[in-house]
Ligand binder design. Structure first.
Ligand code: SF4
Length: 259
């Protein structure tokens, strides 16, 4: 594969004027606590009402509702300001500045840009074969063959009714079945209420998802919201054989972005 021939560009999220690439620790799920470089792409095919990366999709001129709509000063985002179009080589050059070989492709929905991310993984492994890659995905897009071959871990976070996305958009049966059978995939369900939990049980049953691949995480972008649900959700995990994950980055830094 030649990255020169394809020359794909990545539509990156922009934060503080720069493409959003930062070195931190994985705050959720299977690799919680692992030092990682985060590469955040722009664009999403869903529009979760509580999304905390709404600067990747909640564009001016669209009508998607968001929990912050009534907050003083909240405005939808200007695509021209919040998307940074970058050459793959440019993104790779930024990633290699960090002393870390675990890279997390996140968004938005990074799997909307599989050819460009495949080229990025190829480019980074060319520089150091020790790189490993995780992708954070909403589980609605089927992996392309070359992307699937390159990625090491899928962190799949299916969206529930509470996201305000219509079921036909958020639940793609063939894609769920693919991830349920992929040894690289793990499921992280964000749970706020017992109703959410019933929906999770239904998805697990419908798609025959192995318990060992399931993490439950409390919903909340602040410490108090997480604390209110934590004990209840830990008990649910104990009695069903699921794993529990907190949101470590929220515990450490609150709702700050780019950390
Ligand atoms: S899928 Fe993820 S990035 Fe997209 S709107 Fe939902 S929470 Fe936000």
């Amino acid at each position: 594969m030649s990255t020169k021939a394809i020359q794909p560009k990545l539509k990156m999220a922009r934060l503080h004027g720069q493409p959003e690439i930062f070195f931190s620790i994985q705050g959720e799920g299977k690799s919680l606590g692992t030092p990682s470089v985060f590469v955040r792409s722009s664009l999403c095919n869903l529009h979760c009402i509580w999304c905390d990366t709404d600067y990747t999709w909640n564009w001016a001129g669209t009508r998607f509702p968001h929990v912050n709509d009534n907050k003083p000063g909240y405005q939808k985002f200007d695509k021209k300001v919040w998307i940074a179009e970058c050459a793959v080589a440019e993104v790779a050059a930024e990633v290699v500045k960090h002393p870390c070989l675990n890279v997390i492709l996140t968004g938005g929905e990074p799997m909307l840009q599989q050819p460009a991310f495949t080229a990025l993984m190829f480019e980074l492994r060319k520089q150091n074969p020790g790189y490993s890659f995780e992708v954070e995905t909403n589980g609605t897009l089927m992996p392309e063959e070359s992307f699937d071959a390159a990625i090491d871990q899928y962190n799949v976070s299916p969206k529930l009714e509470n996201s305000n996305n219509p079921r036909k958009l958020r639940e793609k049966p063939a894609v769920y079945r693919f991830f349920a059978s992929s040894p690289k995939a793990h499921f992280k369900f964000v749970v706020a209420t017992p109703t959410d939990l019933q929906e999770v049980f239904e998805l697990i049953r419908l798609y025959n998802i192995d318990k060992g691949k399931i993490w439950l995480m409390p919903e909340g972008s602040g410490r108090q919201a997480l604390a209110r649900k934590r004990k209840w959700l830990v008990e649910v995990c104990k009695s069903n054989g699921f794993r529990y994950t907190d949101r470590l980055h929220v515990q450490i830094w609150g709702s700050k972005k780019g950390v």
